[in-house]
Design a protein around this ligand. Sequence first.
Ligand code: AMP
Length: 114
Amino acid sequence: MDPCLFCSIIKGDIKGDIVYQDNSVVAFRDISPKAPVHILIVPRKHIETLLDLRDEDQGLIGEICCVASQLAKDQGISKDGFRLVANCGPGAGQSVYHIHFHLLGGRPFSWPPG
Ligand code: AMP
């Protein structure tokens, strides 16, 4: 079985442009940014999709939202607004099966998303 790409970045086996990390969460710049600021916020714990979350993961998701809030301030995108997105499954465009939240900012966003 192929090793998980994001687990490899978290472990340091593959280089990531890491902007934040703590005991449970790592955030790094997306390799193919869709906005001037595009950061992926991921749990260290390997969870394939949002559908695989368990009750015990509630705190982890809360931590990720708090990290997103702090990063938005640190990266200078909080004033104009930003987007926090998690794609789940092929129909939503999930391409890496280790849950992650896209923090996007630095340009206007339309709604609904494509
Ligand atoms: P998703 O399509 O929602 O699963 O998001 C996966 C994201 O991972 C995409 O935006 C990719 O550009 C990004 N990505 C893929 N490989 C890497 C990598 N080595 N380092 C950083 N981001 C990556």
